[in-house]
Design a protein around this ligand. Structure first.
Ligand SMILES: C[S@@+](CC[C@H](N)C(=O)[O-])C[C@H]1O[C@@H](n2cnc3c(N)ncnc32)[C@H](O)[C@@H]1O
Length: 201
């Protein structure tokens, strides 16, 4: 992927970082499939022997993702579930997943009342922490600019901060914007030799 002059969109930045982390054969999760763009990106990162599990509560999102996945020729390694991401523990064993991506909010171009919610998102994040392998990545793109998005974004940030010793977390986003800008939280699950050092650096 070409490095943009200025990766102001958090999803672009997430892709840029994830492609350096993922490798052939990895198991990854797209927790919010939407139109399938992140699902296809993840499928391309994990090679022929990798797998992507993708979740969305909306039929329209699953249909749209299935079309994009098929047109990208990655159907064989993608499983789509019309289910809440809060159920992901019923599909994946603990400690097995290389990366999980959440792209919160609503499906662009669709019903904006169907939206990720703070309560479901927090359940899903706790499940995500369990299924990630040591050194695995949890990427969450938060949208504080729409109704309910600010509360959800703050709750996700607080949840991340509370996983003391379990996650090392970085926050990336634009400053000086007119509306609260979307931002990326990128967390790495700690393992032996990778501890959560509060002193920074
Ligand atoms: C911003 S869109 C995702 C965009 C998508 N990743 C893409 O690449 O096109 C957010 C999606 O989250 C979905 N969603 C809302 N609540 C959900 C839940 N509890 N579990 C899974 N997906 C959910 C919405 O239906 C919507 O499609």
């Amino acid at each position: 992927m070409a490095i943009p002059d200025h990766p102001s969109r958090p999803t672009e930045l997430a892709h840029l970082l994830l492609q350096g982390h993922l490798s052939e054969g990895d198991l990854v999760i797209d927790a919010t499939a939407g139109n399938g763009h992140d699902t296809v990106f993840l499928a391309r990162c994990v090679g022929a022997s990798g797998r992507v599990l993708a979740f969305d509560v909306q039929r329209a999102a699953i249909d749209s993702s299935r079309r994009l996945v098929a047109s990208a020729n990655v159907s064989a390694k993608v499983e789509l579930f019309q289910e809440s991401h809060s159920n992901l523990l019923t599909h994946v064993s603990p400690g097995t997943v290389a990366a999980i991506m959440f792209n919160l909010g609503y499906l662009p171009g669709a019903d904006q009342s169907i939206i990720t919610t703070t309560s479901e998102t927090l359940i899903a994040l706790n499940a995500a922490l369990r299924v990630l392998r040591p050194g695995g990545w949890l990427c969450v793109v938060c949208y504080p600019g729409h109704e309910g998005g600010g509360e959800e974004a703050s709750a996700v940030e607080s949840w991340m901060s509370a996983q003391d010793g379990e996650l090392r977390v970085a926050r990336y986003g634009m400053i000086g914007t007119l509306r609260p800008a979307p931002f990326l939280l990128l967390a790495v699950k700690c393992c032996a030799g990778l501890t959560n050092r509060k002193s920074g650096g």
